[in-house]
Ligand binder design. Structure first.
Ligand code: ZN
Ligand code: ZN
Ligand code: ZN
Length: 238
């Protein structure tokens, strides 16, 4: 947190240093990036991300889309426009925020990312990765989580409709939004996320999108068995 001297912001535990939420789902053949936040460039350099076959967007908030300009480098590496999957509202947010990319009067050249926007209207496939969208509520805004086989990523949510629960059956690993202890209008609190995790019943439940109120080690020490905070750079074999 800018200008904060709290114990988490001053912590020497690297797991207390958090960039904006994003994940990569990778098989031998395919790399899918979920969200492209303002830290995309730093994260790609830190974790040696060398290719992206598609970007899948949960929603259009700034902390999930403001890295779009850095897609230029992946256009160069992949030698093609970047397939960008999102629901209609999210793609609208991207068009508005990056209006110059979609404005035909903008001079063309290396200064613009090349984006191939694709509306999500059900399950879809990127390379050899099957993607199941999971409808979630982020305050009053409908957003998407994503299921990849027995793994699901549910960032930025505060409510899960009854209709969505069957999509979360039989998971091995789930990642759930858990902003802080205190309730928040658009994010699960840690208690709400823990409750959702219990109902999902995955072997392993990880929390994400924590703010600086939650210290990594101290919070993990009081979480139920099989539940813990995720951290930047965490790699899971699925
Ligand atoms: Zn702080
Ligand atoms: Zn959000
Ligand atoms: Zn967010």
């Amino acid at each position: 947190m800018i200008g904060c001297d709290c114990a988490v912001c001053r912590s020497s535990d690297p797991r207390d240093v958090r960039l904006r939420p994003s994940i990569v789902v990778q098989t031998a053949a395919t790399t899918v990036l979920v969200d492209a936040g303002p830290d995309l460039r730093a994260q790609a350099l830190r974790h040696d991300l060398r290719r992206v076959d598609a970007i899948v967007f949960t929603h259009g908030h700034a902390d999930h889309i403001l890295g779009m300009d850095d897609v230029r480098r992946f256009n160069w590496i992949m030698k093609t426009a970047m397939p960008c999957y999102g629901d209609a509202r999210t793609l609208g947010d991207i068009r508005k925020t990056f209006h110059y990319v979609f404005d035909s009067s903008t001079p063309k050249g290396g200064g613009l990312p090349s984006l191939d926007l694709r509306t999500i209207d059900g399950p879809f496939i990127v390379g050899d990765v099957a993607v199941q969208p999971v409808p979630l509520w982020h305050g009053e805004r409908p957003v998407l989580g994503f299921r990849f086989g027995a793994f699901a990523y549910l960032t930025d949510c505060s409510r899960i409709d009854e209709a969505a629960w069957p999509l979360l059956e039989g998971l091995d690993t789930v990642v759930i939004d858990a902003l802080r202890e205190a309730p928040h209008p658009t994010h699960f609190s840690l208690a709400q996320a823990t409750e959702a995790g219990r109902r999902i019943g995955a072997r392993r439940t990880l929390f994400t999108h924590m703010c600086h109120h939650l210290a990594h080690e101290a919070t993990n020490a009081r979480l139920p068995q099989g539940m813990s905070l995720a951290y930047d750079g965490l790699t899971l074999d699925l």
